[in-house]
Design a protein. Structure first.
Length: 266
């Protein structure tokens, strides 16, 4: 430094840079950004000897595509494979618990697989558990379960003796819009296998989601009360208990559906 004044000016400049966030020096000598430099030399074109053979490049590309295709997983195909391998209800439950391709699983506390009496003549297919159902691990709980019990009892049925309940989505839905078409598609193989292993005489589809999973249709108001068939079994679409609690005027239609079920059971 030529003088003390130069020293303190440089010290003040350094302190100001530290204040701005500079914490290390990037070089020992200053760099002139305005200095002219030679432009980069263009690379010489590849000669015929430098270029890889066309068939080798094609083979490498095909190998890469094959590798990427191998990494791509089809959740529906994986679901179909897992469901088909299950030989009984316990194995099907294990297959669902091990299925990792549905995002709903990550937001659920429990796998809600079934309730009631296995191998019963009547199987109810519910849509998905709510918050309480997720907590208790059952398709219907609370007021919904109480109303369902009254409905079944009115035609001589009960979960304890003569009705089995499964679910389309075994995990709680995270929003009011319902599961995506992709999520429903990956659950269809499990639903079909569940019905086949339970082997009921009649399947009750409670709600739009159940009708979608089994019949490929929605519109429960239009579908309810009319017998349909799926995999050789008679199925009856009905309003679920939650809908009946919100719209009590629909209970008359639900009672008519229950009488149809009672008559079919004989």
């Amino acid at each position: 430094m030529e003088s003390a004044q130069d020293y303190w000016a440089a010290r003040a400049a350094l302190d100001w840079q530290v204040e701005l966030g500079a914490d290390e020096a990037l070089g020992e000598t200053p760099v002139n950004r305005f200095e002219l430099v030679d432009p980069p030399r263009a690379k010489a074109p590849l000669t015929a000897q430098d270029k890889p053979p066309a068939n080798a490049a094609l083979a490498a590309g095909q190998a890469q595509n094959t590798h990427l295709a191998a990494l791509k997983i089809d959740p529906v195909a994986e679901a179909a494979k897992a469901a088909a391998a299950a030989q009984d209800l316990a194995e099907l439950r294990e297959a669902l618990a091990a299925f990792e391709h549905c995002d709903l699983k990550r937001g659920a506390r429990n796998l809600v697989f079934a309730d009631g009496t296995a191998e019963a003549r009547v199987m109810i297919l519910a849509e998905a558990p709510d918050r309480e159902g997720d907590r208790e691990g059952k398709p219907f709980v609370g007021q919904s379960a109480a109303l369902l019990g009254k409905m079944l009892g009115a035609i001589g049925l009960s979960l304890e003796e003569s009705v089995y309940v499964g679910t389309v989505m075994p995990w709680r839905l995270l929003n009011q819009s319902g599961p995506s078409p992709e999520q429903v598609a990956m659950m269809r193989p499990f639903v079909a296998r569940h019905i086949a292993l339970a082997a009921p005489d009649i399947v009750i589809l409670m709600g739009n989601l159940a009708c979608d999973a089994v019949l490929g249709q929605r519109g429960i108001t239009r579908l309810r009360g009319t017998w349909a068939e799926a995999d050789g079994l008679p199925v009856m679409p009905m309003f679920p208990p939650e809908t009946l609690m919100r719209q009590p005027e629909l209970k008359r239609a639900a009672w008519a559906d229950l009488l149809e079920i009672k008559a079919r059971l004989g």
